[in-house]
Design a protein around this ligand. Structure first.
Ligand code: S3P
Length: 469
């Protein structure tokens, strides 16, 4: 049994929880059987301090760039979640010697721009859109024949957004007739640089093309319709590669080399977001989130919560490995509903499940527009959140590109996460303000981005545990 629940067919024996917060055998059995459920008891407040796991976006990029660099890249604070581990395993399968992860330490022995080897099998990228979209660019240039696959969710997500511009660069990347994975990449001569006005604000598309651009003849330039996370640009510079930005346009010239370096991965603001919301909505909370990445292209969650009335202090700002980092102190505060500015949407794109819970606990109506992208994330986050909030007694009205949510007293009930990690964690926070227990189904994928979530959340006061018993 995990936490007293009996959904298992395999026996669960007493065991010590390893200090690294990895899954116990019991939890692993639940994950494998696809039955992982969270039960959240109502009430509580968040106190103390915590450090969330490493940033997922930066962890992926450290493996990718370290692999094609020359020399050793030493990564600390690496996210040992399933998504970034999928990237790590994929590069190992292409012949890159990678040591670790051991307590967040990974040592990548780069094979150089042209040193990757053809893998024997399809590269299974699990649930990870970032792995698939970024790797499609890098591998298009690297001259390998390779197929990228993933789970049911990843295999239903749109891939034409990367394969079409890659095609214009001269890459051969095939999708299914529906424009989805598996992606079959075939080596087809040298890529050509392009000048691409990106039709949507996507860091994954931008990064895919920059990584392909490393291998292209001439310059590859991308113009963003709105700012998106810039970790790829920052990290390329850290590896000694020139990236030029002028306003909304970013350019790279192919044919150079990357030099291995040390990377310290900060805590993931997307994981911290659950606690920023939890501590804001749970009366009497005072929580310190240590060593969180506060890159301005990821800062939407802080800006939006502050506009709603949240009390968030940014302390001890510093720069670590080219990325701004700070400690965030958050104290509970009464929130009010707002119209979310559309320019904040790409800057908070992964935080909306958590922000919707904040909106459900705010006074008045919160209105989100210009966020149709949320419908093609790990789940349709607009519909899935609207359904769950409705179950909890909140008036949540989805629209094609957003949602309106009217704050209310939250009931308990059983909600579906549809295997979406961020939906599961968002509803765990809703328990802080619910009138009775909440059960959340299908939570195994929390391990894609936040291993140890239940333990860490429990330690600071969230009444979440495994199983519904
Ligand atoms: C990511 C970019 C975003 C985000 C994803 C990670 C990245 O996706 O949602 O979780 O690491 O570049 P889009 O580029 O599709 O908005």
């Amino acid at each position: 049994m995990c936490g007293g629940h009996t959904v298992l067919t395999a026996p669960c024996w007493p065991e010590k929880r390893p200090p690294s917060l990895h899954l116990t055998l019991c939890e692993q059995a639940l994950v494998t059987s696809g039955q992982l459920q969270y039960a959240v008891d109502p009430g509580g407040r968040l106190n103390g301090r915590l450090r969330v796991p490493g940033d997922k976006s930066i962890s992926h990029r450290a493996i990718m760039l370290g692999s094609v660099a020359e020399g050793v890249t030493q990564v600390s604070g690496f996210l040992e979640g399933e998504d970034s581990l999928a990237t790590l395993r994929a590069f190992r399968a292409m012949g890159v010697p990678i040591e670790g992860p051991h307590d967040g330490q990974v040592r990548v022995h780069g094979v150089g721009m042209h040193g990757l080897q053809t893998p024997q099998d399809v590269l299974d990228l699990g649930n990870s859109g970032t792995s698939m979209r970024l790797m499609s660019g890098l591998l298009s240039g690297a001259g390998l024949e390779v197929t990228l696959g993933g789970d049911a969710s990843l295999s239903s997500r749109p891939m034409k957004r990367v394969t079409e511009p890659l095609g214009v660069m001269g890459a051969q990347v095939e999708t299914t007739p529906e424009g989805t994975a598996p992606l079959r990449i075939r080596p087809d001569g040298r890529l050509r640089g392009i000048d691409y006005p990106m039709p949507l604000a996507s860091a994954q598309v931008k990064s895919c093309l920059l990584l392909a651009g490393l291998y292209a003849e001439g310059a590859t330039c991308i113009t963003e319709p709105a700012p998106t996370r810039d970790h790829t640009e920052r990290m390329l510079r850290g590896f000694g590669y020139s990236v030029r930005r002028s306003g909304a346009r970013v350019c790279i010239t192919g044919g150079g080399r990357l030099a291995g370096c040390d990377i310290e991965v900060p805590g993931d603001i997307s994981s911290a977001a659950f606690f920023l919301v939890g501590a804001s909505i749970a009366e009497g909370s005072d929580l310190l989130l240590e060593h969180v990445g506060i890159n301005p292209t990821r800062g939407g969650v802080i800006a939006i919560l502050r506009q709603m009335g949240a009390d968030i202090e940014v302390l001890n700002e510093r720069e670590v490995g080219g990325e701004p980092v700070a400690d965030l102190r958050v104290r509970s505060a009464p929130l009010k509903g707002i119209r979310i500015p559309e320019d904040q949407v790409p800057l908070a794109i992964d935080e909306f499940p958590a922000l919707f819970v904040a909106a459900a606990c705010a006074e008045g109506e919160t209105l989100l527009t210009g966020a149709a992208e949320l419908r093609v994330k790990e789940s349709d986050r607009i519909q899935v959140m609207a359904d769950g909030l409705t179950t909890l007694g909140v008036a949540a009205q989805p629209t094609p590109d957003g949602i309106s949510i009217r704050g209310a007293m939250l009931d308990g009930g059983t909600v579906e996460s549809h295997g979406d990690h961020r939906i599961a964690m968002a509803f765990a926070m809703a328990g802080l303000r619910a009138g009775s227990p909440i059960v959340i189904n299908d939570c195994a994928n929390v391990h894609t981005s936040f291993p140890g979530f239940v333990e860490l959340a429990g330690r600071v006061g969230v009444r979440v545990r495994y199983g519904a018993g």
